[in-house]
Design a protein around this ligand. Structure first.
Ligand SMILES: [Zn+2]
Length: 257
C-alpha cells in the first residue's frame, strides 16, 4: 500500500489548525489580541518581506510561572468584581457579562483558559506590561512595540496586528538597500532566546503559518524571509544562533514527490 502523496503537505500534519489568512488579514487558527502599537502602512498593498524574531520575557525565561498565573486567575475569578477586569485584555471578551451569574463565571474561566496567554510577551505587545512585575521590565517602561504574530513554545499562535497594518517590530532596519522594514514587512516573534533551541512545535507552526502567508502575500518569496539580526545587524541578535534556518527553509519546500 502506498502512502497518499498529499499527506505530508497537509496543514493538519504540521499543526493542529490549518492556517489561512482571512479577508480581514487575520490568521485563521490563531488567537487574536489586538495591539494598540500599530498604524497604517505607507502602501497597504506592499507586503513583501517576512522578518523572524525571537523574544523572551524576562530574558531566557518562557511563559509565566504556571502556579503564579493560575493563582492570579483564580483570585480574579473568585472575586466577581474582578471578572470584568480580567476579561478586558482579550479583544473578544464579552462586554456585557453578568458577574453574579455562576454560569458566566464558569464561562469566564473557560474563556480565560481558551484565550488568555499567560505570557509577559502578550503584556508587552498589548501595552500592559507591569514594570514592577520583574526588575528587567523597568527597562521596558514606555516601550511601544508589537509584532504581527508570536509563536509560543507549545506552538500556539497569537496575532496582535492584522497583516495589512504596520506592526512595530523591526525598528531601524534595512533589507536589500531599502530602509524602514516595518513599512513593508510582516513580523513573527518566536518565544525563544540566544541560549536555547526552539521547540519542534514552534517549527511546525512556523512552517504552516509561513506557507499561509506566502500564499496570501506572493510578494513575500522565500529569499525575502529574513531575520531581525540580518536587517538590524549592529543592534539585534534575534532569532539567534539556535534558530535552524536550513530546517525552516526546508519545511517550506514543496513536498518531495
Ligand atoms: Zn527582533
Amino acid at each position: 500500500m502506498s502512502a497518499p502523496p498529499a499527506a505530508s503537505a497537509s496543514g493538519a500534519q504540521f499543526y493542529g489548525a490549518v492556517h489561512a489568512v482571512d479577508a480581514s488579514h487575520r490568521l485563521i487558527g490563531a488567537h487574536y489580541r489586538e495591539s494598540p502599537h500599530q498604524d497604517e502602512r505607507p502602501d497597504a498593498r506592499d507586503i513583501s518581506l517576512l522578518v523572524i524574531h525571537a523574544i523572551s520575557l524576562p530574558p531566557g525565561e518562557f511563559g509565566r510561572p504556571a502556579d503564579a498565573a493560575a493563582a492570579h486567575r483564580d483570585t480574579l475569578i473568585h472575586d466577581p468584581a474582578n471578572i470584568r477586569a480580567d476579561s478586558a485584555p482579550a479583544a473578544e471578551a464579552p462586554s456585557t457579562m453578568s458577574t453574579d451569574d455562576p454560569a458566566n463565571i464558569g464561562a469566564a474561566r473557560a474563556h480565560n483558559a481558551e484565550t488568555n496567554r499567560t505570557s509577559y510577551i502578550d503584556d508587552l505587545f498589548l501595552g500592559q506590561l507591569d514594570p514592577a512585575a520583574h526588575p528587567y521590565f523597568e527597562t521596558l517602561r514606555g516601550l511601544r512595540v508589537s509584532a504581527h504574530l508570536c509563536i509560543f513554545r507549545d506552538g500556539t499562535v497569537t496575532q496582535y496586528v492584522p497583516f495589512h497594518r504596520r506592526a512595530w517590530h523591526a525598528g531601524v532596519s534595512q533589507f536589500d538597500g531599502r530602509e524602514r522594514c516595518n513599512d513593508y514587512s510582516i513580523g513573527i516573534e518566536l518565544e525563544g532566546c540566544d541560549e536555547q533551541p526552539f521547540s519542534d512545535a514552534q517549527y511546525r507552526a512556523l512552517a504552516a503559518v509561513t506557507q499561509a502567508l506566502l500564499q496570501r502575500y506572493p510578494a513575500i518569496t522565500p529569499p525575502r524571509i529574513t531575520g531581525h539580526s540580518d536587517i538590524a545587524p549592529h543592534r539585534k541578535t534575534d532569532p539567534g544562533p539556535h534558530f535552524d534556518w536550513p530546517r525552516f527553509r526546508q519545511s517550506l519546500a514543496p513536498a518531495a514527490g
